[in-house]
Write a protein that binds this ligand. Structure first.
Ligand code: ZN
Length: 442
């Protein structure tokens, strides 16, 4: 991952039109630096050429442009370890949405909501590489972008094609170990950031499930190439199997059973990362429920006209609320919340992700703000939830140039009204988002 540290440095110096050419000092703020400690009141953050040069109780350098943000809080930009791009437009999912224009618009929405780095965890067509390169170079007015190229599923199995409708260049479905190794080799040639596989039968709704022969081949080939493997799972048994096989990242929470001490101990011993994606299941029912947060201007502003019409349609809501899958999602969320608390308290490495962008109701930006609220609902203190979404999330990606507010790091910042360390809802009071030192107003 060192190459991204290097490209990040290049990006900062190669900005074609930096909005702020000189040194800027943000003063008077409550600094929540991402490391999980107590906020520093009345702090100063000094930024030059896209980088933080000082933060905390520091002096304002002579000649700096001063911005007094008294009463506001500053946190690192949020980092999603599990989202998707180019899969949804309006209420439609499918290969026709995998366009540069659509992906750039989604990255702009993520950024607007304070998600400054996005990991598109699979289902990416070969054109992803050029968009990612532009994002790294600061050439896209949106979040920075990392990702898994296609990813590895199985024929007639997960991920369900009826749900994703991805193109043939967006996913591999090997039927032999040899084909699986070749698929990983192709993803490596495309410079995938991680490898992903799906080990799930979606509640028995797809006929085939990935065999150990396939996932063992995927993991061995990925590791031989220095690539880590993220695994989609839903159930405990699959999570246990894929961790035993050597998976590095669990891409969704365990949602069928409480995690037993043996599983907790194994994750800790192997240093496996765990991404709960609490919001995934909440998104299935909350819009239809008309949960209070779905009615806020903050949430409504994130909806396309087509999606807004859908969730305002009583017939659509009635259909969702009577679907047995909706009841399953409520049960899954309850178990996911419980398991996250168990794993967090035990010291398992927790990343940050939502599966936003994989379906219309998983709305980029909103999903991440809900994930923060749900982590606090699970029992994490707000400052620790913010740490998961920033420093931890960068740690999962092995990115050392972001995730905390400290000298030398990218000036990826979220300026908020209020105090999210006291009330996580204040993380929704977005005033500005800064990416590599360039601010945009919400
Ligand atoms: Zn996903």
């Amino acid at each position: 991952m060192m190459r991204y540290l290097v490209s990040g440095l290049l990006a900062a110096s190669a900005l074609a039109t930096p909005a702020l050419a000189q040194t800027v000092a943000i003063t008077g703020v409550r600094l929540i630096d991402g490391r999980g400690g107590a906020p520093v009141e009345d702090a100063t953050i000094v930024i030059t050429e896209g980088r933080i040069v000082a933060a905390g109780k520091v002096a304002v350098p002579g000649g700096a442009e001063r911005r007094d943000y008294h009463g506001r809080s500053v946190i690192p930009g949020l980092i999603s370890d599990h989202s998707h791009v180019g899969q949804v437009s309006g209420t439609e999912t499918g290969a026709q949405n995998y366009t540069r224009a659509n992906i750039v618009a989604q990255l702009a929405q993520f950024r607007r909501y304070g998600v400054t780095t996005v990991t598109a965890l699979g289902n990416n067509a070969p054109s992803f590489a050029a968009i990612r390169a532009d994002a790294h170079a600061g050439g896209i007015a949106g979040a920075d972008l990392f990702g898994v190229m296609q990813g590895i599923g199985v024929p007639n199995g997960a991920p369900p094609q009826s749900m994703l409708k991805v193109g043939p260049d967006q996913l591999f479905r090997p039927s032999t170990a040899d084909e699986a190794r070749k698929a990983v080799a192709m993803m490596a040639a495309e410079k995938t950031d991680l490898v992903k596989l799906w080990l799930d039968d979606f509640g028995g709704s797809v006929p085939a499930k990935m065999s150990p022969a396939i996932y063992n081949a995927v993991i061995a080939e990925a590791h031989a190439r220095g690539l880590r493997v993220a695994a989609h799972i839903h159930d405990l048994a699959d999570a246990e199997a894929i961790v035993a096989a050597g998976a590095d990242i669990i891409a969704h929470g365990v949602r069928d059973k409480p995690v037993p001490p043996s599983f907790v101990a194994t994750l800790k011993a192997k240093g496996v990362w765990y991404i709960a994606t609490l919001q995934l299941d909440e998104a299935t029912f909350a819009w239809a429920d008309r949960a209070p947060w779905t009615l806020t201007p903050f949430a409504r502003a994130a909806l396309s006209p087509a999606l807004a019409r859908q969730i305002d349609d009583p017939a659509w809501r009635a259909k969702i609320l009577t679907d047995p899958k909706t009841a399953d999602a409520r049960t899954s969320l309850a178990m996911n919340l419980r398991n996250l608390k168990t794993l967090y308290d035990a010291g398992v490495k927790i990343g940050f992700g939502t599966d936003s962008g994989a379906s219309a109701v998983r709305v980029p930006g909103i999903a991440e703000h809900r994930e923060l609220a749900l982590m606090v609902q699970a029992g994490l203190p707000p400052v620790q939830a913010l740490q998961v979404a920033t420093a931890n999330a960068a740690g999962l990606l092995a990115l050392r140039d972001r995730g905390i507010i400290a000298p030398g790091l990218r000036a990826d910042l979220l300026v908020l009204d209020g105090n999210p360390a006291r009330s996580i809802g204040d993380a929704d009071k977005v005033v500005e988002t800064w990416v590599a030192g360039r601010p945009t107003t919400f």
